[in-house]
Design a binder for this molecule. Sequence first.
Ligand code: NAP
Length: 536
Amino acid sequence: MLRATPAPDFDAIVVGAGFAGLYMLHRLRSMGLSARVLEQGGGVGGTWYWNRYPGARCDLDSVEYSYQFSDDLQQEWRWSERFAAQPEILRYLEHVADRFDLRRDIRFGKTVTEAAFDEAAGCWRIATADGARLSATYCIMATGCLSVPNRPAFDGLDRFQGEWYHTGAWPHEAVSFAGKRVGIVGTGSSAVQAIPVIAAEARHLTVFQRQASYSIPARNAPLGDAEYAAIRARYGEMRRRARETPSGCWWSANLVAAAEMSAEERERELEARWQTGGLCFYGVFKDVLVNPEANEIAAEFLRSKIRAQVLDPEVAALLTPRSVVGCKRICLDTDYFATFNRPDVTLVDISDAPIEEITRTGLRTRRDHYELDTMVFAIGFDAMTGPLLRIDIRGRGGRTLQAKWADGPRTYLGLAVEGFPNLFTITGPTSPSVLASMVPAIEQHAEWVADCIAHARASARPRIEATRAAEAAWIAHHEEAAGGTLFPACNSWYVGANVDGKPRRVMPYTAGFAAYVEKCDAVAASDYEGFSLSAA
Ligand code: NAP
């Protein structure tokens, strides 16, 4: 007698309970599907659960770095500042989890180690580090873009007698720097936020810089009641307008190329965006990210601002990047450069004298030894592909994602992967993700995935997989678009250059959020063109 294959435990398993996983769960449940979220942390929040380092804030205005799927939520929540600090963002996500009763379907402390597609049963079999085994028809990776911290792989770290921390895995307990000689490695967005705060508390702060960063004043400020009332009144309109822009952000982009403006017009535009603060600087010229000459004008403007803020010309020179601006994410700061005017802060250039080892009492570069009580590693993440590749993901025929992506990520729309049926990636590589306004990008993906699953089920073809041809065409388009930009010009995490051995590929989609959404919508409208749908 034939034994019926047992039904999977759930319709869908979602990995991760950050912005993406929470909304994905909400969408799936509202469609009447059974879903389980597996989250490695002890609470919701994802990025905002782990990145508790001093000074951590979002770099997009809080009012847009938040969900829009529920106007009630949007209207009732009150952000206190232009750029919310980590505790407030985490409170927001906890509020969302409670308000939509999401926690009952989330299991915390569950690190997913394996996900394998069972072809006979037509479902995903998921294993967690603590030995749990679950199955689901669909597996949705809401694992984040910046959620695997780069391990500090410095010789001798285990010998260090003081405390050390990674900004991306900060302890929940308060960390005191009072009276301490602190060293921080890295000068990216995390460090740029942390350095002024740590400097204000530590006895001495030594900053180890490999490449200088461009940074723009955040101009963070409390949001007043009148200002907030105006935002609430225009929320819907601002959201709608943002969806039509390349970045998906509220700020407006200048649609004129640098060469079409007079020197005075360019200076006015540059200065206005500098004064506004925030990432609107990305919109300074239409061609700032594609034309080296336009880029150099913007870069030189930012360099002059560094020279104006840093008193010691030698220190200013070290803090001044020579590279293209924007092909590494521009940092936002509050008093970053001015911090180097403090007598208790030292900048150490390690571009030509790398860190050789960590000693019992500090850090040795090729040039010197530095005595330290505490070390902070703000050295970034194995971005975008890292969160997926550290899970042993096996698709049809037992093929691993690691093997498939050995030369770089290949996806269809950053949402699906040929050979891996019923697997979806929220803001996966080759989607706009980190180059768009992150939360709207997440919502667009979660909604697209939910609609896709609804369509597959309704048409009695629950198995859905990207075709090889569609994936190849998407990658060709993605690479052509990226090749027309300045993103390949930098050694940044956007191209995987910050992780030894990682294939160098521009990972986020560079042709703009609005164009991308249009493509996703067109695919959905044409019976999910580029996917093959079949019965189980
Ligand atoms: P990051 O931008 O990758 O910066 C890492 C820093 O560590 C860089 O200065 C890098 O130098 C340095 N570094 C890495 N490995 C090193 C080594 N072995 N020796 C010496 N220096 C080393 O990482 P992040 O600052 O954590 O930021 C990552 C992204 O997260 C940001 O770009 C942003 O998208 C997001 N983020 C946003 C905010 C915000 O403002 N809301 C805050 C934090 C993070 P090189 O430049 O030479 O590689």
